[in-house]
Design a protein around this ligand. Sequence first.
Ligand SMILES: [Zn+2]
Length: 320
Amino acid sequence: MNFLLDKSCHAGLGYWEGQPTKVSLANCPARGPTHEIGHALGIEHEQSRSDRDENIIVFMANVKPESASNYDKEPTINFNVPYDYYSLMHYRERSFGIDGKRAMLAKDARFQTRMGKGTKITHWNAKLMNTMYGCIDDWLKACKKESEPCKNGGYTQKDCSCACPLGTTGDKCENLVLSYRDALIKQLSPYTSVISTSGAVVVSPGYPDKGPSTETQYTQVFRATECQRAVVKFDDFGIQPRNSSNNLCGSSFLEIRSDVSVPEGKIFCGEEIKKGTAFESDKSVLILHYTNGDYTKHGKENTYRGYKATFTTEAIPNCS
Ligand SMILES: [Zn+2]
């Protein structure tokens, strides 16, 4: 590899015989150098993986035409390493979006606002690389193992111990406590949840006293059974109001997505959702994405009370 500090942050893909791969590291974001070295070692973007359509929906109409190739699907070989929303190689939901529009929806909506925000090499990034380059096979041989002793997606490392994915415990990763995605979202966003019990009451963190003062982002997925709609009725709603200068919500807002196949939902802030207002899903899933910025950065605290809502379901007429 040839490391350069020219104009941009990019790298060639993989090794081409007879010439070193160029890795340009000018103006890179924090995760840039590792991401670019990933390309140079032959890794495509996560959202370009051959199995991406099972994990994301790409809205090409929302992508800047000159950047469209960043969302091409490639015939990647994935070596049984699962798709990872938190991969170093994944883009953010609005990357290369026209006017900041959403370019991708995560089919596992819990990861919608988390996609592409990983800054460290994940277990799956490392496993893919170590598999591709035959390292795991070499280590198994050196460790005198006939077959992989590590379970649940773990793999044998150079020192013969198992590298275990999140959600597993035990020397051999043999206890599956949580799925990788469940364990990851718990770590990244403990307030993110999937609610499927009719009658469940949800509140925002700190309700009704004060919302979180540090940067907070979470997703609540309301899931009804087939042929039922998810209905979320607000008993109370009060977060930071719109900016008077541009009439846009500031760093605090709630997005409600009632049709999970369209890229953008409706955005609310201030006192815009009156007591008793209900939102219902088109099909069986309704999603709330909540965001508030870092108040402490400006020496302030979040004094808004947040929200409280109740989840119920209702039958979709003529559905079978
Ligand atoms: Zn890249």
